[in-house]
Design a protein around this ligand. Structure first.
Ligand code: 5GP
Ligand code: ZN
Length: 118
């Protein structure tokens, strides 16, 4: 599993900084966003360091599929039982801030902030 010393999400994977984890298996973790824009705001990340969706190729298809397939279960478990948005910001134009691939799950009973994610 590749990792980056100074990557904040790799630090969460390694347990070096705390996060409210809601799911973990051998390939993937999911945790609550530190600055939620809606009642449900979960980040799903690969444990392996992938900088961005801009860096992905077909060798990542299984992992990406696994991450996406986890989304509905995680969303409902967090209370987004009436639908949700899924956002992946990628690269400069996508205004990605954290350079470790992540899926945003945004929803909840009153997801008024959902449009605020760039
Ligand atoms: P991006 O703009 O890269 O798609 O989103 C990065 C997300 O990561 C933001 O929603 C931000 O609030 C979240 N984030 C940044 N640092 C941390 C952190 O240390 N812990 C958690 N849980 N979320 C973080
Ligand atoms: Zn990383």
């Amino acid at each position: 599993m590749s990792s980056q010393d100074d990557c904040i999400f790799c630090k969460i994977v390694r347990g070096e900084i705390p996060a409210k984890k809601v799911f973990e298996d051998e390939d993937v973790i999911a945790f609550l966003d530190i600055k939620p824009v809606a009642p449900v705001h979960v980040l799903v990340i690969p444990k392996k360091h992938i900088a961005s969706l801009t860096q992905v190729d077909k060798t990542d298809a299984l992992l990406l599929g696994k991450m996406l397939a986890l989304v509905p279960t995680l969303a409902v478990a967090q209370g987004a039982d009436d639908g949700f948005r899924v956002i992946i910001n990628a690269g400069r134009v996508g205004q990605q801030e954290v350079p470790h691939l992540h899926i945003h799950i945004i929803g909840g009973p009153h997801p008024l902030g959902a449009m605020l994610v760039r």
